[in-house]
Design a protein around this ligand. Sequence first.
Ligand code: GLN
Length: 199
Amino acid sequence: MTVTVGVLALQGDVREHVHALTSTGARAVPVRRPSELDAVDALVIPGGESTTIDKLLRAFDLFAPLQERLRAGLPAYGSCAGMILLADRMIGGIEGQQTLGGIDVTVRRNAFGRQVESFETDLSIDGVDGEVHAVFIRAPWVEEVGPGATVLGRVESGPAAGRIVAVRQGPLLVTSFHPEVTGDTRVHQLFVQIVRDSL
Ligand code: GLN
C-alpha cells in the first residue's frame, strides 16, 4: 500500500524530507494549505526555525486544522524545529511562540549551548538497526518526558552525553537531529512503518 506523507512546506528543509520519504516508497507531497493537509495520511514537520513556522502556520490558516488532525491521531514526524512544534511544552521560546503539541515532552530550544551548538555524532535509535549518524543544527533537546512518551535515543558521547534526542508517542515521532541531510533513510523508514501500522 502506498501511503501519502505530506511535508509541511512553509519554511525549512522541505526538499530533503520529500526526497528521503520518496526513497522509502512513500508518496511525498508538500503541504501549504488546509485542503492539502486534508489529503495526506501523515505529516512531516521539517527543521528550520520554529518561531517562523509557528507564525506561518497561523498566517496560512493551518495551525488550528493541523492541531485538530493531530488530536484525531494524524501520524507526524518532527525533526529539530518540527520536534519543538510537536512538543506539549517548550522552554526558551520567544514571546508569544506556541507549539501544536501532541507529544508529552518538554523541549528546550537551542539547548546545546555555544561550544556544541552544531555537531555530528553517531547514536542508536530504538527501532533502527545499527548506528545513526546524527546531525544537530542549533537543536533542541528533550528536557523531560511524560508518562505517555517513550525515549528512543540519546546522545552517547561528548559534552551532551545522556541528553534525550529521539522520542515516540503512538503515531508521533520526534528527533532533535536531521536524518534528512545524511542520505540515510532509516529514520524515515521507521516513520513510514509507523504510518502504515496506524492505517
Ligand atoms: N533553533 C531552531 C528553532 O528553535 C531549530 C533549528 C533547526 O531546526 N535546525 O526552531
